[in-house]
Design a protein around this ligand. Structure first.
Ligand code: FPP
Ligand code: ZN
Length: 415
């Protein structure tokens, strides 16, 4: 039976006490926070007043319709994402996978052909055809192709050129540029590690010094910043931790302070996550922040940590699901940051990815009990390192394992 309003955490009387307790000095930050709590609180109150008549439902059909339409045609408002077209492919195909909605073969094939046009002659993918290759769209393109997971999709990736592209971005201190002559931050290390590990082009020296460089980005708060000395942020923290998991070097971090930092990023009243201290809740952090938890859980478990919870991912999984289902669903399909914001494919992807993480702990009865609302809300699982289906990760690794790691020895003595 579907869970009703009366069972929800956000409808409990005590929940009101979780609102921001302002001291005597209102600031711009505290006023913004109060505004968000007021809009989120109005939704929670409406549910409470329905006395259990309201069912928490993930509007699968509406979201799938919005996503399928996006694969065929984008409105003018997407012009600003003209340099992020592989991202749009990834956000949409991954979201459809989470909803267990197949992508028709012909559409999948068109996506493969389009991504092929985004691939540069010297390796890597740009934000659109003939655009300069960049690590962010390269990550998105490889994830989209592995999600499609056909021979045609795998064959799009020129692995030898991709490895050359990664080498062209490598810096002497272990970090990577995002593109030739571009900025350096933790995103690039993760994008490089993600695509290299999925496509079996990781050479022993490609990531020399990278793990140590990422560890230098752990800020005193516990989370990871974009570069050494920068404020901790959920996006960068995810990239840093996931990259270190791939490199099997997580022990370089202070994991307890990282866990403490991320646990405190879940908002007491809203139930969703903020990206950094004193900022507002946003649906996309449902993945960037909550996605850290399975990674930390796995690592701490492997270390034999005795205080680890075996009943949850160490955050309030139900509160996060309530936030996403009640505050982030657009009535006409698609998901969004917070009430009052517009839907978009980025937030649709990361709200659904975070919802999947929050739903999937354990299996059988434990899994059933963790899902908030209708049992039909249950999404497919996602791999917390790559954020594509765990089966898609396994299939890609198996496929590329049969191929040799490209030998660039003749061209690059560093390998
Ligand atoms: C701050 O935005 C956002 C950042 C500083 C970077 C976010 C990084 C990611 C989301 C990770 C990207 C991952 C890959 C794989 C490329 P803001 O100041 O608008 O938001 P805030 O107020 O919530 O901090
Ligand atoms: Zn967001």
């Amino acid at each position: 039976m579907a869970e009703t309003g009366g069972d929800l955490r956000c409808t409990r009387e005590s929940h009101e006490e979780e609102r921001l307790q302002e001291d005597c000095l209102p600031t711009e930050t505290s006023m913004e926070q109060k505004k968000v709590e007021s809009s989120v609180g109005a939704i929670f109150t409406a549910i409470k007043r329905s006395h259990g008549a309201f069912q928490l439902v993930l509007e699968r059909e509406l979201h799938a319709h919005y996503l399928r339409k996006g694969l065929q045609h984008l409105s003018d408002s997407y012009e600003c994402l003209d340099a992020s077209r592989p991202w749009l492919c990834y956000w949409i195909v991954h979201s459809l996978m989470l909803l267990d909605e197949p992508v028709p073969e012909s559409v999948a094939s068109s996506v493969c052909q389009f991504l092929g046009q985004c691939q540069g002659p010297n390796g890597g993918f740009g934000g659109g055809p003939s655009q300069q290759p960049h690590l962010a769209p390269t990550y998105a393109a490889v994830n989209a192709l592995c999600t499609i997971g056909t021979e045609e999709a795998y064959n799009v990736i020129n692995r030898e050129k991709l490895l050359e592209f990664l080498w062209s971005l490598k810096q002497p201190d272990g970090s990577f540029n995002m593109h030739v002559g571009g900025e350096v931050d933790v995103r690039s290390a993760y994008c490089a590690a993600s695509v290299a590990s999925l496509t079996n082009i990781m050479t022993p020296r490609l990531f020399d010094g990278t793990a140590e460089w990422i560890a230098r980005c752990q800020f005193w708060e516990g989370g990871i910043g974009g570069v050494p000395g920068m404020e901790a942020h959920g996006g960068y923290t995810f990239c840093g931790l996931a990259a270190l998991v791939i490199m099997k070097r997580v022990q370089l971090l202070d994991l307890k302070s990282l866990l403490r930092w991320v646990a405190f990023r879940q908002m007491r009243f809203e139930g969703g996550f903020q990206g950094r201290c004193n900022k507002l809740v946003d649906g996309c952090y449902s993945f960037w922040q909550a996605g850290l938890m399975p990674l930390l859980h796995r690592t701490l478990h492997a270390e034999g940590e005795s205080t680890l919870s075996y009943a949850s991912w160490m955050f309030d999984q139900k509160a996060l699901q309530e936030y996403i289902l009640l505050c982030c669903q657009c009535p006409s399909g698609g998901l969004l940051d917070k009430p009052g914001k517009s839907r978009d494919f980025y937030h649709t992807c990361y709200c659904l990815s975070g919802l999947s993480i929050a739903q999937h702990f354990g299996s059988g009865e434990m899994l059933r009990e963790t899902v908030v609302g209708s049992p039909e809300n249950l999404l497919k699982p996602t791999h917390p390192v790559y954020n594509i289906g765990p089966d898609k990760v396994a299939q890609a690794i198996m496929h590329f394992m049969q191929k040799e790691i490209p030998d660039l020895n003749s061209k690059n003595n560093d390998i």
